[in-house]
Design a protein around this ligand. Structure first.
Ligand code: BEZ
Length: 212
C-alpha cells in the first residue's frame, strides 16, 4: 500500500497479540489510539520503553487513548519478555503487544525502513483519532528511546485543537496560552475566546487555554 500520510484513514487489521487476537477498530472503539512499534523482543531500549509506557497508561486512559505496542516476534516470546519487563522495570505491562511475526502490520504501516534495518521495525508512533484518521506520525531510530511525556503532550495538543480553533506553540503544555488559528480574524477571535485575545502581531494572537 502507499505510504500513510496525516489525515489518511488508519488501516484496520486483525493480529495476534500478547492478550489474544485483536482487531484494531474493535480495540479502539470510539476512542483515540496510539500504536507504537519496537524493533524486537528482549532488547534493552524497548524494555525500558514498554516499562515506561505501562507507567503512563493511566494518563493515556484519562485522555481516552488506547495503547497498542507492536514487535515482530511471536506471542510466546512476548509472554516471556513481558515477565522480564515487569521484573526489571518494576511495573505490569497493561496493554497488548502485537505479535507481528509475518510483518503484516509492519508493512501496512510502513514500519520497516530497509535502509535502516531490513527486518526489524523502527520506532514508529501513530496517533489515531476517533474518526480513524491518522493525526500524528513519528519515526525514531532503534537506538533512541521515545519520550512518553512528549507523546502525552502531543495528545493534549491534538485533542485541544480538534475541538477549539487554536494551535499550540513550541514547547506548549496543557494549561498554557495557545495560538489563535490563522484563519480567524482578531475581531472574530475576541468574540470566540471569552478569556481574551492578546495580539502581538496581526498573525500572532494568544489566548488562554480554552480547555481549563
Ligand atoms: C533496543 O531496543 O535496545 C534496540 C533494538 C534494536 C537495535 C538497537 C537497540
Amino acid at each position: 500500500m502507499a505510504t500513510l500520510r496525516l489525515g489518511d484513514i488508519a488501516p484496520n487489521f486483525t493480529a495476534d497479540s500478547s492478550v489474544g487476537t485483536l482487531t484494531l477498530y474493535d480495540y479502539l472503539g470510539d476512542g483515540w489510539g496510539i500504536l507504537f512499534s519496537h524493533p524486537a523482543d528482549f532488547t534493552p531500549v524497548c524494555t525500558t520503553e514498554l516499562g515506561t509506557a505501562a507507567k503512563f497508561k493511566s494518563e493515556f486512559d484519562k485522555r481516552n487513548v488506547k495503547m497498542l505496542a507492536l514487535s515482530v516476534d511471536g506471542v510466546i516470546s512476548h509472554g516471556e519478555w513481558i515477565k522480564d519487563i515487569n521484573e526489571t522495570q518494576h511495573t505490569t505491562v497493561n496493554f497488548p503487544i502485537i505479535a507481528d511475526e509475518d510483518k503484516k502490520v509492519s508493512d501496512l504501516y510502513d514500519m520497516i525502513h530497509p535502509n535502516a534495518d531490513s527486518t526489524l521495525t523502527v520506532r514508529s508512533v501513530f496517533i489515531i483519532a476517533p474518526d480513524r484518521t491518522v493525526k500524528l506520525m513519528l519515526t525514531y531510530p532503534a537506538s533512541t528511546g521515545r519520550n512518553f511525556h512528549e507523546l502525552l503532550r502531543v495528545v493534549d495538543s491534538l485533542q485541544l485543537t480538534a475541538y477549539h480553533k487554536v494551535a499550540t506553540p513550541a514547547n506548549w503544555e496543557h494549561g498554557e496560552k495557545v495560538v489563535v488559528s490563522p484563519a480567524i480574524s482578531t475581531e472574530d477571535a475576541k468574540e470566540m475566546f471569552s478569556k481574551g485575545v492578546e495580539e502581538i502581531k496581526p498573525y500572532l494572537r494568544l489566548t488562554p487555554d480554552p480547555s481549563v
